[in-house]
Design a protein around this ligand. Structure first.
Ligand SMILES: Nc1ncnc2c1ncn2[C@@H]1O[C@H](COP(=O)(O)OP(=O)(O)O)[C@@H](O)[C@H]1O
Ligand SMILES: [Mg+2]
Length: 303
């Protein structure tokens, strides 16, 4: 079973199973979440991921650019609501964009910026995945992964089925969702505890010579009382990238706003202030350098 028994750091590789977990093939898997590059489907204890095609990803990038422009043009709340649209509406808009892309010449869509955004996503994804396999597989920092011979599973929605040879332990919920629920229930002590755990997890990553460039709340999941990294996509060990990111952190005045915590902490400005101060005291160049392993096999953390 996916939970328990792997809090140690011993297990090196995804467990190889002779066959897919039966629950993956017993019913139709439901759509659980999605990001720019992947759509995630779940059975009770496992998730499988479908990689989006390049044209799907480009359509999403184009769509986000358009939405962001619209947000600026439309009066306040309207624009905000559009960008915060639920997944289903985004999906419809993405399909429309993709249909338009099919008839209008590619050069119109593949502007330098879009091309660059796609490359960046792709590059980070491949590298992050490789780093996670080497440094994180089998630790308590990521959900468990298993692999098995290629297996056909049924999924809700298009294309109706999928061939997979790997599954990931399903988390209880994303960190974002957990924080939303706790705040709604007024359980702010726990909100604060989870935020502290997020900072601890990041430090545990730095100690292994890994830094996440994409550390937002939906890329983390909750299992029992620990946080795990769901999306290995933004992981890097390159010091130049890390410095760039931390230089940006340096000018962010309110990290909680940037993390999307503003609505969650709206009633508790005191927690927001404490969190901002905590974040600033930890997520900075000096601290990351202090945690960084001396021999990380890559560029050294020296100035
Ligand atoms: N193991 C998991 N359990 C539950 N939900 C997950 C799991 N892995 C991913 N998800 C959900 O799917 C979303 C997209 O997955 P992710 O790996 O972040 O893809 P992308 O690279 O497209 O961002 C996540 O933000 C999360 O909400
Ligand atoms: Mg993601």
């Amino acid at each position: 079973m996916p939970s328990g028994a792997h809090d140690g750091e011993a297990r090196p590789k995804p467990r190889l199973l002779p066959a897919a977990p039966p629950e993956l093939t017993q019913g139709r898997l439901k759509r659980l979440g999605e990001g720019l590059g992947k759509v995630v489907y779940a059975s009770e204890h496992w998730v499988v991921k479908r990689e989006r095609s390049p044209s799907e990803i480009v359509a999403l990038i184009v769509l986000w650019k358009m939405l962001r422009k619209l947000e600026r043009l439309l009066p306040g709340r309207w624009g905000k609501r559009l960008v915060a649209r639920p997944a289903r509406q985004i999906r419809v808009l993405r399909l429309l964009t993709q249909a338009a892309m099919a008839v209008v010449p590619k050069s119109v869509w593949y502007t330098t910026h879009v091309r660059e955004a796609w490359r960046l996503y792709h590059r980070r994804n491949v590298r992050g995945e490789a780093l996670a396999r080497i440094h994180l597989a089998g630790t308590s920092l990521v959900p468990e992964r298993v692999s098995f011979p290629p297996t056909r599973v049924r999924i809700s929605g298009w294309p109706g089925w999928l061939i997979v040879s790997e599954a990931t332990e399903r988390v209880e919920t994303t960190l974002y969702q957990r924080l939303v629920e706790l705040a709604r229930a007024g359980r702010y002590d726990e909100v604060e505890r989870w935020l502290e755990r997020l900072l601890e997890l990041r430090q545990a990553g730095w100690r292994r010579g890994l830094f996440s460039m994409d550390a937002h709340l939906k890329n983390f999941g909750v299992i029992g009382d620990r946080i795990v990294l769901l999306d290995t996509g933004g992981l890097t060990n390159r010091w130049r990238e890390i410095e760039g990111r931390l230089a940006y952190e340096d000018v962010v005045a309110q990290p909680h706003v940037q993390l999307g915590l503003a609505p969650i902490l709206a009633k508790r400005p005191d927690i927001a202030r404490r969190f901002d101060a905590r974040w600033k005291s930890i997520v900075n160049l000096e601290m990351v350098r202090r945690y960084w392993p001396a021999s990380s096999g890559t560029e050294q953390a020296t100035a």
